[in-house]
Design a binder for this molecule. Structure first.
Ligand code: GLY
Length: 416
């Protein structure tokens, strides 16, 4: 009876949140993982042929105009601190090594990862150090641990912590925008993702301060960075003298009042991860709140579980953002293990629908070497619109590996 009630509840939840209620799709995890592995092999071949191995050049995007002109390989950017996406390609290679066990892929993962190690000894350029070093060395540490990798993660966490302002209670996200925008201290929602490296470092030889900074950042962000309904601003601006919140604005979203899809995805993933690291029920309740507004609004702005780039862009031709769906799917697979059975079923089913839709309608296939099409990077700047973007692929691979783990009856904890 209990089982039947649970099943009915799951169906009801799916019907309530499903953009196309009643048309539940199945995700074929093994097929999709094999596809990702094939695309990685194609991408590696292309990187080798287009100029030989240069491990300081990191795949970043394949644009719609590239496809129109028959270009199918990744556009790369150098592994500099200004290029925030440099850690995702090494991370994809680690996931692919984990999946395939191929020594060649493992070697390439190590080679690309090594290009980012210098960040542990550099003044912090901005908050993206976690994306850069935890997606690369963090995965490397999990799969092929070494003291050298641990030291780089702990060292980089120390650099990131230097951006923390104790009066405000958050890490400064963009030092370069302080003067340019007249924002005394700014914190962006994306910064939540970088706390994972602080938690890890604190547990692995770094100081207790790293943990305390991460918790304080999450608390302050929870207090100021969200509207009553659980949707977030992209940027929170704070006063460095009083420490008080000045205003919430957007940078990459449609407007100061809108729900930018990827910003909300960072919040969902971020608070799920902070709950895992702290086991503080305030963060679990908050992770659900920021998830529930996303799932509640999804049907309005999506016919297929993949949101528009911003939930409030009224344009009929507003592009989608597959990357937000990948981040949310991955987060929900973890969150589903922390909540009540009813909520857990709802979150897992939603994540599976997202992955099924991505697998059916968003894969690049023969068109290019990325996994997915149709992400949006920086719409207001007109950059990376309806494109393949490397972080969509990173979280897609992560989500598929997480789903496979769950299907095998193993819990999802940590970066996979
Ligand atoms: N600024 C990071 C992002 O585009 O999500």
């Amino acid at each position: 009876m209990k089982k039947i009630r649970k099943g009915l509840w799951g169906l009801l939840c799916a019907a309530l949140v499903c953009p196309v209620a009643g048309q539940a799709q199945r995700v074929d995890v093994e097929r999709d993982l094999a596809y990702c592995h094939r695309q990685v092999a194609r991408a590696l071949d292309g990187l080798k042929e287009n100029g030989g191995w240069d491990y300081t050049q990191m795949p970043r995007n394949i644009l719609a105009e590239d496809l129109q002109q028959g270009r199918t390989e990744w556009n790369c950017r150098p592994a500099t601190p200004e290029e925030w996406c440099g850690g995702f390609w090494p991370g994809i290679l680690w996931y692919d090594y984990e999946y395939s066990g191929e020594a060649y892929v493992g070697r390439q993962a190590r080679n690309y990862t090594a290009s980012l190690g210098y960040l542990a000894d550099r003044d912090p350029y901005d908050h993206d150090l976690g994306f850069l070093v935890y997606c690369s060395f963090g995965n490397g540490m999990r799969i092929d641990p070494s003291a050298a990798y641990r030291d780089i993660i702990v060292g980089t966490a120390g650099q990131l912590a230097r951006l923390f302002n104790p009066r405000v209670g958050t890490i400064l996200s963009w030092p370069r925008e302080v003067e340019k925008q007249g924002w005394p201290h700014n914190t962006i929602m994306d910064n939540m993702m970088n706390l994972e490296m602080l938690f890890w470092a604190s547990r692995n030889g770094g100081s207790q301060d790293l943990y305390d900074i991460a918790v304080r950042h999450a608390e302050t962000t929870m207090e100021h960075h969200f509207r009553e309904d659980g949707s977030c601003y992209h940027v929170a601006v704070y006063d460095t003298i009083t420490g008080g919140f000045i205003k919430g604005v957007t940078h990459q979203g449609y407007s100061d009042r809108s729900m930018w899809a990827r910003g909300q995805s960072w919040a969902i993933y971020g608070y799920t991860m902070v709950y895992r690291e702290t086991r503080d029920p305030r963060f679990l309740a908050f992770a659900q709140k920021v998830t529930d507004i996303y799932l509640k609004r999804l049907p309005e702005r999506s016919d297929d579980w993949v949101p528009l780039w911003d939930f409030d862009d009224p344009s009929p031709s507003a592009p989608k953002d597959a990357s937000a769906a990948c981040v949310v799917a991955s987060a929900l697979l973890e969150l589903s293990g922390y909540v009540s059975p009813e909520k857990g079923t709802q979150y897992r089913e939603a994540a599976e629908q997202m992955l099924a839709s991505l697998g059916k309608n968003y894969q690049s296939g023969d068109r290019c070497v990325s996994f997915l099409l149709h992400s949006t990077g920086h719409h207001p700047a007109g950059s990376e619109i309806d494109a393949s973007i490397v972080y969509a692929d990173y979280y897609y691979y992560e989500a598929l590996l997480r789903l496979r783990r769950l299907q095998q009856g193993r819990p999802v904890l940590g970066i996979y």
